[in-house]
Design a binder for this molecule. Structure first.
Ligand code: NAP
Length: 308
């Protein structure tokens, strides 16, 4: 079979750091075009916008949308209507309700829509899911604290409406949580702190539960300097299972079970190739729904103004 001819839209941090190397390593897919307002790559067709690329008639089978969530829905709709398979960076959109029409457009055109959750491809996630399926769960604690100035330098879109603020990284924890727990979870209370000059939160605390009353607590912060924390600890009747480093490491009590090199995006592109081959879609809105519910339920407070 010929390789899938892929275009990247938005050549920013994640496209350069993760998508380009993962595509280069993945059998069955090749990068043939870039749509970027600001950047080009040697040897790859370049267009300023997705619309220009689609109008050019350049043979492309699929697009990976690596743009901010606020502009992705319109891009995904245009690409699906032009008969392209679509890979969405996380979060799948700026709202929950905008995704249904994209699923309908993918079904109408018989194309693949893949809403990626890169953290679900971290090496500790599937082993943790298997471990937890055989335990009684007592509590879950999520600590997701990172330095926005280090990981998202100058990305003002994160603090604009639809940019999610601290939930841009924290939704990764929720994507892991909703994969590894045996039962669906829901938000019971939230507190969101908004910088006085911004429209998205810079810190948050969430309480969640499942139907059995499992207590789940999440502490989220975007101003963590020094050591960074991307940890989920689950107390069970068989001890404490801890995913750390965003799911690259797994501990049972203090014993290390997994300490692997991060390879999330290679897993994403393998799955995209499989989905296209199978004529299937993969769209799970559970993590984005939890974030939306945190905004619906959350008490709000004002924090100090934030500038990069
Ligand atoms: P970024 O560095 O700001 O890159 C986004 C790119 O999208 C920009 O470089 C720009 O590309 C394009 N873009 C920005 N605003 C646009 C607009 N208004 N209209 C059209 N294109 C626009 O952001 P990023 O960190 O790569 O994040 C992109 C997405 O990936 C986000 O949803 C984020 O949550 C997700 N993600 C990020 C990370 C991370 O560590 N940074 C990790 C995993 C997932 P051009 O200049 O090329 O047009």
């Amino acid at each position: 079979m010929n390789p899938i001819r892929l275009a990247i839209v938005g050549l920013g941090k994640i496209a350069r750091d993760q998508h380009l190397p993962a595509i280069a390593k993945t059998a069955g897919i090749e990068l043939v075009a870039i749509a970027s307002r600001n950047a080009a790559l040697d040897g790859v067709a370049h267009f300023a916008t997705l619309e220009e690329m689609l109008a050019s008639g350049t043979p492309i089978d699929a697009v990976a949308l690596c743009t901010p969530p606020q502009v992705r829905r319109a891009q995904a709709q245009a690409a699906l209507e032009a008969g392209k398979h679509v890979l969405l960076e996380k979060p799948p959109g700026a709202t929950v309700s905008e995704i249904g029409p994209l699923v309908a457009a993918a079904q109408a055109s018989g194309r693949t829509l893949f809403a990626t959750w890169h953290s679900r491809f971290a090496p500790a996630v599937e082993p943790a899911r298997a471990f937890l399926a055989a335990c009684a769960l007592r509590s879950v604690t999520i600590i997701w604290k990172e330095d926005v100035r280090v990981w998202h330098p100058g990305q003002d879109w994160i603090f604009e409406p639809g940019g999610l603020g601290v939930f841009d990284p924290a939704i990764n924890a929720l994507s892991i949580l909703t994969r590894i727990l045996p039962r669906p979870v829901f938000v019971t209370s939230a507190h969101l702190a908004f910088p006085a000059n911004r429209d998205a939160p810079i810190a948050a605390e969430l309480d969640l539960a499942d139907a059995g009353g499992l207590p789940i607590r999440a502490e989220l912060d975007f101003l963590q300097t020094g050591p960074q924390s991307w940890d989920i600890a689950i107390e069970t009747d068989r001890g404490t299972l801890t995913l750390s480093a965003g799911g690259a490491k797994l501990f049972h009590d203090d014993a290390p079970l997994i300490d692997a090199k991060e390879a999330e995006y290679a897993g994403i592109y393998r799955h995209f190739v499989e989905l296209i081959g199978a004529g299937a879609c993969d769209v799970d809105l559970a993590p984005l729904s939890l974030v939306a519910d945190a905004f619906l339920l959350g008490r709000r407070s004002l924090a100090a103004p934030f500038d990069y």
